[in-house]
Design a protein around this ligand. Structure first.
Ligand code: KIV
Length: 278
């Protein structure tokens, strides 16, 4: 097995080789992704929509995030484990943000946290980093504030907002962020931000010029019930396999084909006496 992925190594890979990131919300999935050589496992607050059935990531709580972080930790050996700080856990003040960030490391077993926002979050990023909590930034489409951004849409489409995105990335890097997710921004702009920011950019719907890529695991596996964004490549269609397997099981239970002899424990004991007593 390759060496454990560290924040230092992720930073050093900028411009050298691409960084792979996938979300993981439980131990079994984390173990499979870790064994597949994925560099960073992100316990994203997307779990609110993907697993818990919320309409957005806003209702996700610290307790829910920490539960899934602990589970993913148990399945992760090599990858860097990053936990998403949920909405409300870092916006109210720097002290609360630091206390909650520390909980991700102590109680969630994470190596780092991710927070959404640009220059306005620089102070929080600086304080978390100073407290020993490595931070990944998140710019562009930031789902926790998607309402303010006009919904789940491509961001920074005009020059002014592109300038702001670039400045935000530089503020986050200067404040100590070790990497920055760029979500749903035009590919050429993501390329410019990548070249002009000293830390790795991790794209999702941001084209091929980022230093790495991230996808939601359920989207990649074709397990999502939600509408899949156009930038996602489905590498498998597990939802069809799950439906087909469940329907075959239902049919076989109803017809008596399952369980067959090989699925049944036999015994040398003659139980027929019990039959007479009933
Ligand atoms: O919550 C999440 O899964 C994310 C990724 C999509 C970057 O923030």
């Amino acid at each position: 097995m390759a060496d454990k992925c560290t924040v230092k190594e992720i930073r050093a890979r900028k411009g050298r080789d691409k960084i792979t990131v996938l979300t993981a919300y439980d131990a079994a999935t984390a173990r499979m992704l870790d064994e597949s050589g994925i560099d960073i496992l992100l316990v994203g607050d997307s779990l609110g929509m993907v697993l818990l059935g919320y309409d957005s990531t806003v209702p996700v709580t610290m307790a829910e995030m920490l539960l899934h972080c602990r589970a993913a930790r148990r399945g992760t050996a090599r990858a860097l484990l990053v936990g998403d700080m949920p909405f409300g856990s870092y916006q109210a003040g720097v002290n609360e943000a630091v206390q909650n960030g520390i909980r991700f490391l102590k109680e969630g077993g994470c190596d780092a946290v991710k927070i959404e926002g640009g220059e306005e979050m620089a102070e929080v990023v600086r304080a978390l980093t100073r407290a020993g909590v490595p931070v990944m930034g998140h710019l562009g489409l930031t789902p926790q504030t998607a309402g303010q951004l006009g919904g789940f849409k491509v961001q920074a489409r005009d020059l002014d907002s592109a300038r702001k995105l670039l400045a935000d990335a530089q503020h986050l890097a200067a404040a100590g962020a070790f990497a920055i997710v760029l979500e749903c921004v035009p590919g050429p702009l993501a390329g410019i931000v990548t070249r002009q920011t000293p830390v790795p950019t991790i794209g999702i719907g941001a084209g091929p010029e980022c230093d790495g890529q991230v996808l939601v695991i359920n989207d990649l596996l074709g397990l999502s019930e939600r509408k899949i964004p156009s930038f996602v490549k489905k590498y498998a269609d597990l939802a069809s396999l799950v439906r087909a397997a469940a329907a075959a099981y239902r049919d076989e239970v109803q017809s008596g084909a399952y369980p067959a002899a090989e699925h049944t424990f036999g015994s040398k004991v003659d139980f027929s006496e019990l039959l007479r007593n009933t």
